[in-house]
Design a binder for this molecule. Structure first.
Ligand SMILES: Nc1nc2c(c(=O)[nH]1)N[C@H]1C(S)=C(S)[C@@H](COP(=O)(O)OP(=O)(O)OC[C@H]3O[C@@H](n4cnc5c(=O)[nH]c(N)nc54)[C@H](O)[C@@H]3O)O[C@H]1N2
Ligand SMILES: Nc1nc2c(c(=O)[nH]1)N[C@H]1C(S)=C(S)[C@@H](COP(=O)(O)OP(=O)(O)OC[C@H]3O[C@@H](n4cnc5c(=O)[nH]c(N)nc54)[C@H](O)[C@@H]3O)O[C@H]1N2
Ligand code: SF4
Ligand SMILES: [Mo]
Length: 671
């Protein structure tokens, strides 16, 4: 028996370190959390505890396949790697000859978010650059919030979660922490906790105060809270004078955001907004944990920007256990230029947003997309407006390759399907968006069947295409060394050998667990910018402001559909396995009793959830989780097409998706 340290690759903030036990025959027999990791500290989660069962799932892809039936039929025959790569080389060659490199779209998702095989790297980047393929922007998850914060604090995290035992108030804003970020809980559970979420989640249930605004109105709530906090004497004038710019102008703009106006816009009572403001003033410093869920709206970026003003007004940014954390991702400062080599590009190439897949497959020309390489993504479940995506994937003049662990709704449309290794079978430098450690993942076992890591697949593809540029053949080890080739990592003395030896290392320039993390603002002014000329130039207003939702909280009748993280799977990963299906059943759509009475819905009834973009069926549950006018369920379920109803429409910043800005109607099936 031996043990091998690795790390969870999934798109989860927690970034757990794990330990795999391997028997003398080289078989993984146990996978558990690594108790030595200072943040994840042992336990994994319901989603990943059965990892080895999922790895051995009979549906796992074991060899390359070629489609034999029509697109979408799911009919395939097994072929050799040579045949698969040969066909890909030939098709890519002719697409490039006819339409140019940009007609190829490397479409990678968040199945793995690591730096070698996953969405942060990603594997294949050097080859795509050399071929002049379109660039891909992973706009599906968190981009709007990052852009919003870039205008104000300039940084997406200002505290170390390990310091939160010193926080005054922990404000979980649009974060279902107990489900989507559960390893944070032990650090905050003794603190006063407030939750802002239209849904009464398990997390909201555990809070000292839960406020449930109408979806997409967070910007208004934040402006109202800013004003109310100042009125209650909560402003830290010394911090505002020394560390911020534009405070007087912003303060003046708050005048209109009375408690009454705020409450009316957000669908709350004046007393609720008042109670929240009072809680903030009485419990300094404010540690605000901003979730990704709240920014999947028309005004999601702007909302993040306004929300970030609260810890500035209260001076909480000045404290190591105060400020705002949205994602620690930006602290992973690797040398991505050295790793991905944009200099290999033949010239400038266009950038395509992941969330615009349907529209781009339909409308792009000069050149259109003629080759799509989908890896670690399941757009027919996870993308907005899946009916439009399906139309695109059905195009006869589109050559699609999909690399996955299992046959999915998306792989059914591919011409060639390739089997990927799973994390415990490959090298990976893993990411987190909640803590400050780089996790190394050492392969514990040999890959099963003919599965290969992404990095190896693209090296072999390059060879099949006859590419002579040596850079595309870099080994995994060389790619990690390129990532670590920065002055910060060098000064910290961390190279691959150190990573391998320790399993995880603290990121340079994030302090130690004991010191905590309390950065200065990396803005041009070095201050927190209430006023931003760059935001004004980019059409977002010099001052933080409120952008109402497009669909949510608008029309009377109908529901704002909010489909959020399930306890049992992460997005669509593993959601098709027998085990997950037996645990979850199809997720019910939860509605408020008064809405159900209005619409004649009965608990347990089959319903159609629809709007003019599409529809799906579900079973209704009348529950306390939903506020009036909101319907909620979990995301990522296969075969249900929740996202048939979501518009492929850009959010205000970064071309993010508007998953929760979605008006639907719910009617009994057959009515
Ligand atoms: N178990 C589990 N964990 C996961 C995931 C999963 O699928 N399952 N997904 C992972 C991924 S990809 C990500 S990006 C993170 C996301 O982490 P979170 O952001 O915590 O997750 P979500 O469930 O998307 O949304 C959080 C909450 O935002 C709320 N919300 C929706 N609209 C609004 C709004 O307008 N205002 C406010 N205030 N709140 C709103 C939702 O009701 C939800 O409870 O979680 C990761 N972790
Ligand atoms: N309605 C609604 N829709 C949403 C959201 C929402 O809140 N509401 N959340 C959005 C968010 S936050 C995100 S991040 C996206 C996620 O959307 P995607 O990026 O498309 O991610 P997944 O749907 O999880 O699909 C990941 C695929 O990768 C495969 N996979 C897993 N591990 C590996 C691996 O190691 N190698 C390979 N090759 N494949 C692997 C899985 O089997 C799965 O098919 O979904 C978004 N969709
Ligand atoms: S999904 Fe999240 S909580 Fe679960 S093991 Fe992976 S990183 Fe940890
Ligand atoms: Mo995500």
């Amino acid at each position: 028996m031996k043990t091998v340290v690795g790390a969870c690759p999934l798109d989860c903030p927690d970034g757990c370190s794990w330990v795999v036990t391997v028997d003398d025959d080289g078989k993984a027999v146990k996978l558990r959390g690594n108790a030595d990791h200072p943040y994840t500290r042992g336990g994994l989660c319901k989603k990943v505890n059965p990892w080895l069962t999922y790895a051995a799932d009979p549906s796992r892809l074991m060899s390359p396949m070629r489609r034999t039936g029509p697109k979408g039929s799911g009919l395939f025959e097994a072929i050799s790697w040579d045949a698969a790569l040969g066909e890909m080389a030939e098709r890519f060659g002719s697409v490039i000859a006819e339409h140019g490199g940009e007609a190829i779209w490397p479409f990678y998702g968040t199945g793995n978010v690591g730096w070698l095989q996953g969405a942060s790297g990603p594997a294949g980047a050097r080859l795509w650059n050399l071929l002049g393929a379109s660039q891909h922007s992973v706009s599906i998850c968190s981009v709007s919030g990052h852009v919003g914060l870039s205008y104000s604090s300039g940084i997406s995290t200002t505290f170390d979660p390990e310091s939160l035992h010193e926080a005054g108030l922990v404000l979980l804003w649009g974060s279902n922490t107990l489900v989507t970020n559960q390893h944070l809980w032990p650090f905050i559970e003794d603190r006063p906790i407030a939750v802002i979420d239209p849904v009464r989640t398990r997390t909201a249930d555990r809070a000292d105060l839960h406020v449930a605004p109408r979806p997409g109105t967070d910007g208004a709530l934040a402006l109202g809270l800013c004003r109310a906090v100042v009125e209650r004497g909560g402003a830290d004038e010394a911090f505002l004078a020394d560390q911020t710019s534009g405070w007087d102008e912003f303060r003046a703009s708050l005048d209109e955001w009375t408690l009454e106006r705020t409450a009316a816009e957000c669908g709350l009572s004046v007393a609720e907004v008042d109670a929240l403001a009072t809680l903030i003033v009485e419990n300094a410093p404010l540690a605000l944990k901003l979730g990704q869920g709240m920014q999947r709206h028309a005004g999601g970026g702007q909302a993040a920007r306004v929300i970030s003003c609260l810890p500035a007004i209260t001076g909480s940014y000045g404290h190591r256990a105060g400020g705002l954390s949205y994602s620690t991702g930006s602290q992973y400062r690797y040398n991505t230029v050295a790793a991905t080599r944009p200099d290999l590009r033949p010239g400038p190439v266009r950038n395509l947003a992941m969330t615009n897949l349907g529209v781009n497959l339909r409308d792009l020309d000069d050149p259109g997309i003629h080759a799509l390489v989908i890896y670690g993504a399941n757009p027919l479940v996870s993308n907005p407006q899946v009916d439009l995506v399906r139309e695109g994937l059905e195009r006869d003049d589109l050559f699609t390759v999909a690399i996955d662990l299992y046959p999915t709704e998306t792989t059914a449309y591919a011409d060639i399907v390739l089997p990927s290794t799973m994390q415990h079978e490959q090298n990976e430098l893993s990411d987190s968006f909640a803590h400050f450690y780089a996790n190394w993942n050492e392969p514990a076992v040999e890959p099963p069947g003919e599965c290969l890591p992404h990095t190896e697949i693209f090296r072999r593809l390059a060879s099949a295409m006859g590419v002579t540029e040596e850079a595309v053949y870099a080994s995994d080890e060389e790619l990690v060394s390129a990532l670590l080739d920065t002055p910060e990592w060098k000064a910290a003395g961390v190279d691959l050998a150190v990573l391998r030896d320790r399993g995880f290392v603290r990121l340079p320039n994030t302090g130690s667990s004991e010191e905590g993390f309390n950065p200065s603002f990396p803005t041009a002014s070095g201050r927190f910018d209430f006023v931003s000329q760059r935001a004004e130039r980019e059409q977002h207003g010099a001052l933080p402001n409120y952008r109402p939702p497009t669909e949510a909280a608008k029309a009377s009748g109908g529901y704002d559909l909010v489909a959020i993280g399930s306890d049992f799977h992460i997005n669509s990963v593993f959601a098709g396995t027998e085990r997950v299906r037996s645990k979850t059943g199809a997720p019910p759509v939860v509605v408020h009793a008064d809405d159900a009475a209005r619409d004649g819905l009965v608990d347990g009834q089959d319903v159609s959830v629809a709007n003019d973009r599409g529809s799906f069926t579900a079973v209704v549950e009348i529950g306390a989780a939903a506020r009036q006018g909101v319907a909620t369920m979990s995301k990522g379920w296969w075969g249900q097409a929740v996202n048939a109803t979501v518009a492929e429409r850009d959010s205000d910043m970064g071309r993010g998706a508007v998953f929760h800005d979605n008006r639907v109607w719910i009617t009994p099936v057959g009515s």
